[in-house]
Design a protein around this ligand. Sequence first.
Ligand SMILES: [Zn+2]
Length: 169
Amino acid sequence: MLRPILRYGDSILSDPTRPVDAITPEIETLIDDMIETMYAAPGIGLAAPQIGVSLKIFVIDVSLGKDPASLHAMINPEFVERDGMQLEEEGCLSLPGFTATVARPKRVVLKGLTRHGEAHTLAGTGLLARALQHEMDHLHQCLFVDRLRGISRDLIIRKIKKLQKAGKW
Ligand SMILES: [Zn+2]
């Protein structure tokens, strides 16, 4: 089932997330819905808070559905390693229409659980590393605009406020 994606400004995006205790049928359904919603958007990643659920889960597929091996659901993910630096343009399904250059480590390793509850380590460089960190940020109440400073951040926030006032956000 497609779920509405919450936008910047929605308070649920700022709520602390809880770890998943057990992979129940409800969690399985949630993950299925997240995958469907991510592909429909279309996006390369989606975190549970973006559909209003404050749990530590994200889904990711940098191939946009072209390569089944690229699809990962991560439950209770944690960073194991982070190194290097990359500067690339980044967007977010909760900030439609906006992009900005964000500095991120070049390579990351995460550990967590698969949707079947198995321990899973996921390593990524380049775009995958960027997407993994972006989704991890969502689980820690951080959107890419929160990583910007000065004018580039103010400009985006000001435009969003205008859209909100006009009822277009
Ligand atoms: Zn995002």
